[in-house]
Design a binder for this molecule. Structure first.
Ligand SMILES: Nc1nc2c(ncn2[C@@H]2O[C@H](COP(=O)(O)OP(=O)(O)OP(=O)(O)O)[C@@H](O)[C@H]2O)c(=O)[nH]1
Ligand SMILES: [Mg+2]
Length: 212
């Protein structure tokens, strides 16, 4: 069973802007979480889930998010109020995007991730059905190559609901304490986590606090 945490409430969330190049990115006065992972892994859906509203556009068609989309939100955890930014990024490895565009996106995304000191948490979303893909390992190596001491990387295994019971236990045996997400958080068995556990862990990681 997971530990109890102070109650958490999302007070407000709003869209800030979209960017296709560094010049269009907003000021860096808030700490930020960057959501990254393969195309269609569930980045936009996850943002909507933790913010409690459909603010990021999600779609069954891979390649939906084609720009870096910036959101700002304020959460209350216990007596503490925290304002921070969320960056919804286009997915890596979307084969249908033309080579030229892919290269262009690659350069922008790499620069964005490397040169934005306000990003305190890189949340790497991984499809729970395919936890060992080469592309995800490349993303981890890329993040490790430039991460600074005040930044953290956390993984979230998405589409956990699509696993068999056996596969769920295997994943958690191989990755003890892993964060998992499902399409409908209310259907997740408490032993695997909860929406509030995800939110609390994310907020603590963003604030640089050690958490299980
Ligand atoms: N079963 C299940 N489906 C999910 C989950 N998360 C997302 N999906 C579905 O997966 C599809 C892709 O979700 P998105 O949130 O758009 O994925 P994305 O990573 O933002 O995709 P791109 O913007 O294209 O990179 C949608 O049909 C979602 O409903 C999950 O945890 N479980
Ligand atoms: Mg998306």
């Amino acid at each position: 069973m997971l530990k109890n945490s102070p109650s958490l409430k999302v007070l407000e969330s709003h869209f800030v802007c979209s960017a296709t190049n560094i010049a269009q990115t907003p000021p860096t006065h808030l700490p930020e979480v960057a959501f990254l992972g393969r195309s269609n892994v569930g980045k936009s859906s996850f943002i909507n889930q933790i913010l409690g509203r459909k603010i990021a556009k999600s779609s069954a068609t891979p390649g939906k998010t084609q720009m870096a989309n910036f959101f700002a939100t304020t959460w209350q955890m216990g007596d503490e109020k925290v304002a921070f930014g969320c960056i919804d990024l286009p997915g890596f490895g979307y084969a249908k995007v033309s080579k030229g565009l892919q290269e262009e996106w690659g350069a922008f995304l790499c620069a964005l991730l490397q040169q934005r000191p306000s990003i305190k948490l890189f949340l790497h979303l991984i499809d729970a059905r395919h936890p060992q893909l080469n592309l995800d390992q490349q993303v981890q190596a890329f993040l490790q190559s430039f991460i600074k001491p005040d930044q953290q990387i956390r993984c979230v295994y998405t589409k956990f609901d699509k696993l068999t019971s056996h596969a769920k236990h295997t994943l958690l045996q191989e990755h003890p304490g892993a964060l998992v997400s499902v399409l409908k958080p209310s259907t997740l068995k408490p032993k695997f986590g909860s929406l509030e556990h995800l939110q609390t862990t994310l907020l603590n990681a963003l604030l640089g606090r050690i958490c299980a």
